[in-house]
Ligand binder design. Sequence first.
Ligand SMILES: [Zn+2]
Ligand SMILES: [Zn+2]
Ligand SMILES: [Zn+2]
Length: 380
Amino acid sequence: MAIVTKQSTEGGNNIPPTPPSLPGPATNCRPKGLFMMNNGLVTKGNSCVSTATRDMWDNLFDGGFRADVTVRTDNGGIIYAHAAVLGMASPVLRGMLKPAKGFDRKRSISVSGIQHDAVRVFIRFLYSSCYEEEEMKELDLPLLLLSHAYVVPQLKRTCEQQLEDGLLTLENVVDVFQLSLLCDAPRLALISHRMILRNFKAISVTEGWNAMKKSHPALEKEIVESMIYEENVRKEKLRESNERKIYLLLYGAMEALVHICRDGCRTIGPCDKDFKENQKPCTYAACKGIELLVRHFAGCKLRVPGGCIHCKRMWQLLELHARLCADSSLCRVPLCGNFKEKMKKQGKKDEIKWKMLVKKILSTKRIGGALVSLTSTDES
Ligand SMILES: [Zn+2]
Ligand SMILES: [Zn+2]
Ligand SMILES: [Zn+2]
C-alpha cells in the first residue's frame, strides 16, 4: 500500500511544501469497502455529507496541500497533516500542537509503538471520517488504542462496534480484553471476558493467552479464578435443580400415597371401602408407581425394615408421610400413628435429619397448605 510520504522540509523557511509524490491506488481510489462515519453512524454509500466534500477532505489528507505538521511513526515513516484539522479533531493533538513561533511554522509529532499504517488510517479518519473496511479489519486494535489515547470518541465507538459485530475472535479476544481495560471500554471488556470464560479451553492455548500469562500474570490469575467461580456457580445450580426435582418427586409420591389410601385407585380400594371399578381417572402422576409399591408391600414375605429394597422404600415413604401428616387421627395411611409415636422416642440426630428433609420438600413445593393437602381426611 502506498503511503503518502515525502522528505521532511522542516528547517525554517516559508516555502510551501513541495507536492507529495502521486498517491498510490489505495489512498487515491475509493475501493468498494469504503465506510463513512456520519453522526456516529456508520453508513455505506449514503451520507448527509456530499461525496465531493468527503473527497475534498480525503484529497487534502492524501495530497498534503500546505501541510504544516509532520507525524513521525516507527521505522522512519512520515505522514503530513494540518495542525488545524488535527487540533479540531482531537483535543490531545490540539494540546500537542501549540502555535509555532517565528518563521518556522512546521511542527512535528511522533507516534511510536504503533504501526505506520494504523497511524495513517487514524489521521485520515480525522480528516474525512472515512476508513476502508479491509483496513479496519486489520488495524482495529491499534485504531482503538489511538482513538482512546487521542480522544476521538467517534472512531473509538466504531472500533468497539466492529469488534462486537464480528472482528472479535478466539485468537484476538485476550488482546481485546486487555486493550479494553487499558482503553476504558467496559462493554467490550465484559463481552471479551465472557467470551474467554465460555471458550476457556480453546483460548488458553492461544498465543495471546500465553503472552498475557507472561506480561500480566495477575490478570491471568483473575480470569482463571473467575472461571472457577462461574464453573462452581453452574455446578451448584445444577445440583440445586436436581435436588428440587427429587423433592418434587417425593412430594408427588406423598400425595399419591394419601390419595390411594383415602380414595383408592385403579386396583386398590380405599382401606375401609370396597374397590370401585368405575372410578374417575386419576390425576396423580406418581399414583401408578406408588400403587405397585403398596401392592408389593402387602404381599412381600420379607416385609421387614432392611428386607427387600421395595419394602425398604415403602417404609421410608410411610415414615416420611407421618412426618408430613398434620393429623394422624384422621389419616388413613397405614402405620401413620405408629410412626408418630416412634418419632417421639427418636434421637436428636435423626430428628434434625428428617426435619430438614420435610422442610426442603415443603419449601420446594412452596405451598402454604402443603400439610393439609397431604393429610388424609374425610372431607374430600
Ligand atoms: Zn390414583
Ligand atoms: Zn418386599
Ligand atoms: Zn397420616
